[in-house]
Design a protein. Structure first.
Length: 261
């Protein structure tokens, strides 16, 4: 089939984006807006229902289709309600973006001293939460004849440093396992690994005077920081027909922070 720019369009598709209720400068919001601009109907999902509905209203104001829903991704019944709401509102589910995660809340804890309750909570949200959402959405994707799963990992997983990096590296393992299990059914599973993004959460974790930011400025091949919108192109590739032959991969969008052969 000859390439067409229309292969990047998502008209008629239904996308769920978790952790998309950040009304400031957030990656989830950028993803939701980008998918809507490409033609998808978007379910903006977040544990903060007010924030989710505000982002959905922002999308709807552009003429695109969107609804905001509350979801606790660690609760299978809540994830099932999220998917049922998507089906009721828009007819199905084609795309799941597992963006919700704990990050800035974790700070910089030494793994040798991390409390077990923090370890369990982080993995519940950042790893098990993604699995729960996948298990809720995959049957709906099968009903549509295929789908796209995109998991948000991190440059901080290569190598994994701290509990956040460990959970995000494990998420890469979930991604490749899903890709292998679902590929014959027309469901792809990929991951995006952002570098240091100047989202509100990113700036909280890595402020302008952070020694880590100075390290990135000296070592990253290109710019050490990027905006949330700079991740959207990769997302659209992985969610659209243009990326139908891509599965089990992690795309590093980081200015050359993580360089892998």
């Amino acid at each position: 089939m000859a390439f067409s720019i229309e292969q990047f369009r998502l008209d008629g598709k239904v996308a769920i984006v978790t952790g998309a209720g950040g009304r400031g400068n957030s990656i989830g919001r950028a993803y939701a807006l980008g998918l809507a601009k490409a033609g998808a109907a978007v379910v903006v999902a977040d544990i903060n229902e007010e924030g989710a509905k505000a982002v959905a209203e922002e999308i709807a104001a552009t003429g695109a289709k969107a609804i905001g829903v509350r979801v606790d991704i660690t609760d299978p019944s809540s994830a099932q309600v999220m998917v049922a709401t998507a089906k009721s509102a828009f007819g199905g589910v084609d795309i799941l973006v597992n963006n919700a995660a704990l990050m800035a809340e974790l700070g910089h804890q030494s793994i040798a001293d991390v409390p077990l309750e923090d370890w369990n909570r982080t993995l519940d949200v950042n790893l098990t939460g993604a699995l729960i959402c996948c298990q809720a959405a995959i049957p709906a994707m099968r009903e549509r004849g295929g789908g796209r799963i995109v998991n948000q990992t991190s440059g901080g997983a290569f190598p994994a440093i701290g509990i956040y990096g460990i959970g995000k590296l494990a998420l890469v393992g979930l991604t490749t396992t899903l890709a292998k299990a679902l590929g014959k059914e027309g469901i792809t599973a990929n991951a995006i690994a952002p570098g240091n993004v100047t989202s509100d959460a990113g700036k909280q974790l890595v402020p302008d005077d952070s020694p880590f930011l100075q390290f990135l400025k000296m070592t990253v091949a290109s710019r050490p920081q990027g905006e949330p919108d700079e991740l959207v192109g990769a997302l659209l590739l992985l969610c659209s027909e243009a990326g139908a032959w891509i599965t089990g991969q992690t795309l590093h969008i980081d200015g050359g922070w993580v360089l892998r052969p």
